[in-house]
Design a protein around this ligand. Structure first.
Ligand SMILES: [Zn+2]
Length: 239
């Protein structure tokens, strides 16, 4: 799971994380920025926020059973799709060698109800992850410095994008929405006294009301757009 800020994963897809962990899947987090722009309180500083948000993210990961959370340390609010960013994500992908890379949907400029404009850091991480899928992670001449560090090329089999727009895959989080709420509450600096639980339930219910999810009897769901990039039945692969 690659995401821009501490708390992004908990808002967007922690129900899926908890389900995958419960079903025996190893899940790792890669948090790209340091979260240092996550407060308008004049009494706080970027340095203080970096520390508290890292602790909050680690606590949320523990609640969900995430096996490792790597912080890439890019500055919150200043993220650009750069070779540095692509290299940093590629390093983690080549190390962990996931069956599924989960990334934010970079095509999302705003929400459907036009009540929210998407954060540029989210879009930058999404675009960088597409570059990691192709060509950065699987291509040997990309980033020879990573080869020198021992990270061999890796072809990512599946890409999932967390999205509210045009999803093709729904994960039933009815059994894990409580643990999702508990993980989200770990981000105390972001939540304050907000009734996050109500918001989470309303949103997950709305997602589950879509035709595909409803036909599968889901009460609460999270939605993804998925890409199957490597298929054993593909004649190109079988050759
Ligand atoms: Zn965010």
């Amino acid at each position: 799971m690659v995401f821009a800020h501490p708390d992004d994963a908990e808002w967007g897809l922690a129900g899926t994380v908890a389900r995958w962990v419960r079903d025996g899947t190893e899940v790792e987090y890669v948090c790209v920025t340091d979260g240092s722009a996550g407060s308008n309180d004049p009494a706080t500083t970027r340095e203080r926020l970096v520390r508290s948000r890292r602790e909050e993210q680690e606590a949320a990961g523990r609640v969900l059973g995430v096996s490792r959370c790597t912080f890439l340390g890019f500055v919150d609010g200043a993220l650009e799709v750069s070779l540095d960013l692509r290299r940093a994500i590629t390093r983690e992908v080549r190390r962990f060698r996931p069956d599924v890379l989960v990334a934010p949907d970079p095509a999302r400029l705003w929400d459907r109800g036009r009540t929210y404009v998407n954060h540029p850091d989210h879009k930058a991480v999404g675009v960088a992850c597409l570059a990691v899928v192709n060509p950065d992670a699987p291509t040997r001449p990309q980033f020879p410095e990573l080869l020198a560090e021992g990270y061999e090329p890796f072809e990512i089999p599946n890409l999932w994008m967390s999205t509210g727009d045009d999803p093709d895959t729904y994960v039933d989080i009815t059994g894990t929405i409580d643990v999702k709420a508990e993980a989200l509450r770990c981000h105390a600096s972001q939540i304050h006294d907000w009734p996050v639980e109500d918001w989470l339930r309303a949103r997950a219910k709305e997602t589950a009301a879509s035709q595909t999810a409803a036909s599968q009897g889901m009460v609460y769901a999270e939605a993804f757009r998925t890409f199957r990039l490597k298929d054993a039945e593909d004649p190109d692969e079988a050759r």
